[in-house]
Design a protein around this ligand. Structure first.
Ligand SMILES: Cc1ncc(COP(=O)(O)O)c(C=O)c1O
Length: 362
């Protein structure tokens, strides 16, 4: 079976993990600090606070922004549900907005239209590396006193036209290093920010309101959102291969795009690759998606239907009864072909051949 995602580790991370255990690096310590420093250099951002996951990173960023009961947080309808669960678990109401017609990201005007006196924060999502219009979103947010938290969990490789990295243009940006990401240590995350005060609040919230567990006083509300040195040891070896992994992801994406050009039964999403927006998943649309998924599975290939819309989740449906016309085709037709930075040539060839076989019978 060719699974929908593949990321390999190998000897170097294994040795780093062994060494971390041998040196008793079993909590948050110098390797976590080294990971934060290295990520900050790569993203060119002064403050990085590592966290247990991308979800933990989002929760921390919202906590640092003071989001809680009585607040509204605006979220695009197309995203992994973590983006909405983080504010909801803090007691805030999630207000879902529709995405652009041609790209599954939140348009600035839909954000503007959803603002109410209760709006505390907005979370634009750079879904599959496609960048939201941060200039316009930030300008609207500033006018209304709304905090902007970028969800860049799927956009570690993407850059804006001015060269700045995804996740670095707002109050805080969140990243994930879970197993389904091209730079992975199994589970992990980070919040980045330009602002020293925000960084301080993030550090406190990460460990139950203390900067150091030996402190006798809890300064703020918080939790245990800590990253730790064993996965940090692995993550550091992955960051060493940042450019190589980025190139592998781009190359896989282009292989599929070239190899599947001309097929009428599927179509790629318009991408911003030439502008520096790097899709980490090879994402396509197919009107007969469910039949295609079954056909591929029968041929030993697992493709992934790409997310239902958030407004269909029971925990968000009642508060978000509107119509989400632009989101619907994505929920009905989107899927991800087997992706990941460590795909073999044979696997890619098998996927391309199965897709051609599907097309000839479609
Ligand atoms: C867009 C988006 N936001 C948030 C998350 C949450 O990250 P994690 O799984 O590390 O908690 C993910 C993870 O897939 C994601 O894709």
């Amino acid at each position: 079976m060719i699974s929908w995602w593949k990321v390999e580790f190998g000897e170097i991370p294994a040795k780093a993990a062994y060494q971390a255990v041998a040196e008793r690096r079993m909590t948050m310590g110098p390797l976590t600090a080294a990971f934060e420093k290295r990520l900050g250099e790569i993203l060119d951002v002064p403050h990085v606070v590592a966290a247990a996951s991308g979800t933990a990173a989002l929760t921390l960023a919202l906590l640092a922004a003071g989001v809680g009961p009585g607040d509204e947080v605006i979220v695009p309808n197309r995203t992994w549900i973590a983006t909405a669960h983080a504010p909801r678990l803090l007691g805030a109401e999630v207000v879902l907005v529709d995405v652009e017609a041609d790209r599954p990201v939140m348009p600035a005007e839909n954000f503007a239209a959803a603002i109410t006196p209760k709006t505390k924060a907005v979370i634009p999502v750079h879904l599959n590396g496609q960048l939201a219009d941060m200039e316009r979103i930030n300008a609207i947010a500033e006018r209304h006193g709304v905090i902007v938290i970028e969800d860049a969990c799927q956009a570690l490789f993407s850059r804006f036209p001015d060269g700045k990295c995804a996740g670095t243009k707002s109050h805080a940006g969140c990243f994930s290093f879970s197993i389904g990401k091209p730079i992975s240590c199994g589970q992990g995350g980070a919040v980045v920010t330009q602002d020293a005060e925000t960084a301080k609040r993030l550090v406190l919230a990460r460990t139950h309101g203390v900067a150091d567990v030996t402190m006798a006083y809890w300064e703020t509300l918080g939790g245990n959102f800590r990253f730790w040195d064993l996965p940090a040891a692995v993550a550091l070896t992955q960051l060493d291969r940042f450019e190589e992994r980025k190139a592998a992801i781009i190359s896989l994406y282009k292989r599929y795009k070239d190899g599947l050009r001309g097929l009428r039964s599927i179509r790629p999403l318009p991408d911003g690759l030439e502008r520096g927006e790097i899709p980490i998943y090879a994402e396509y649309l197919c009107e007969r998606r469910d039949a295609l998924m079954k056909f591929l599975m029968a041929n030993g290939i697992q493709a992934r239907p790409y997310y239902p819309n958030l407004n269909t989740a029971p925990q968000f449906a009642a508060r978000n009864p509107g119509s989400y016309r632009n989101s619907d085709p994505y929920a009905e037709q989107c899927f991800v072909l087997p992706s990941g930075p460590d795909r073999s040539e044979a696997e890619i060839a098998a996927v391309l051949s199965a897709m051609r076989a599907w097309e000839s019978g479609a």
